[in-house]
Design a protein around this ligand. Structure first.
Ligand code: SAM
Length: 277
């Protein structure tokens, strides 16, 4: 059964066995695996699919869903053709959150916007034709963000600029997700998302690896790009475990009611654990 789920969530046609094997969490009723599968098929057919690994995509969606109670907004920096944007928009609609999409390329942003509207998620998304620094200085910058997902300028200098901007507004968000963490080029040493993050946030920054994990040298793409180790990282903003774990998702009304019912209550609440979130 598990193997079947793995096949289903990690392919769009072909299984992606190189990914980390992240098992999609089935227990969240408002994050349907079938719907994601359908969306991923639509965007693949339209040539808008994200180049990120399915394991990375699943991990980002899982992070947003599990931490949804921590904020009202999701921010995507760098949308390309909207392959991930539509998935974030779907999740935001399910959760009643707002999605802010930023890209400095007008055409790509327009293409993404069209796709999001066509698929019926336009009501939850806002689009900004600018870079992250300008967005942070704008009136639209949201104060309580679940996650800021950065997949934009992968050069050391470009990512350094984004990280310095992020540093100023860190208290307004719970998580920051970086794609292409250890991207390298055989012919260019100006790339360096990881180097920029360590430079700005320090060597001891709390980073959780997600997506593809390289265990030996990858074959570079025709452009000479390869991942030295892992594809993405999640940076959880409260640095201390006590701060991370202190805040808990409030129990649902059903659970609260069940727990208050004598004798049967605790037993029933325990049984409902899987369907409650
Ligand atoms: C790698 S693509 C993003 C891929 C996308 N996340 C996906 O999964 O399909 C990078 C995107 O970031 C945008 N970008 C690059 N540098 C940027 C910057 N400094 N500010 C805003 N957008 C930027 C590019 O126009 C491009 O659309």
């Amino acid at each position: 059964m598990l193997e079947q789920n793995f096949e289903k969530t990690t392919d769009i046609g072909k299984p992606d066995r190189s990914a980390s094997g992240f098992q999609f969490p089935m227990k969240y009723p408002n994050l349907s695996e079938e719907k994601l599968f359908e969306l991923r098929n639509i965007i693949t057919k339209r040539g808008s699919a994200s180049q990120t690994k399915t394991a990375y995509q699943d991990a980002v969606l899982f992070f947003i869903r599990s931490n949804a109670f921590r904020g009202d907004n999701v921010v995507e920096v760098g949308c390309y053709k909207g392959g991930l944007t539509v998935q974030y928009a779907y999740l935001c609609q399910q959760l009643g959150k707002k999605l802010h999409v930023i890209d400095y390329d007008k055409e790509l942003l327009e293409e993404t916007k069209k796709l999001v509207y066509e698929l019926g998620y336009g009501n939850v998304a806002s689009f900004y034709n600018m870079d992250y620094e300008s967005f942070v200085s704008s009136e639209s910058f949201p104060q309580n963000t679940i996650a800021t997902i950065i997949d934009a300028d992968h050069s050391y200098a470009g990512c350094l600029k984004d990280c310095n901007t992020l540093k100023k507004v860190l208290p307004s968000m719970y998580g920051v997700i970086f794609h292409d963490f250890t991207l390298r080029y055989t012919t260019w040493d100006g790339v360096g998302v990881d180097k920029a993050i360590y430079e700005v946030f320090g060597q001891h920054v709390r980073l959780y690896p997600i997506g593809f994990q390289s265990v030996c040298s990858e074959t570079p793409t025709p452009e000479g790009a390869y991942l030295e180790s892992n594809e993405g990282v999640i940076m959880v903003v409260p640095w201390q475990p006590a701060d991370v774990f202190a805040q808990k998702e409030p129990p649902s009304k059903l659970r609260q009611w069940l727990v208050r019912t004598p004798i049967l209550g605790p037993l029933l609440a325990k049984c409902c654990n899987m369907t409650d979130k």
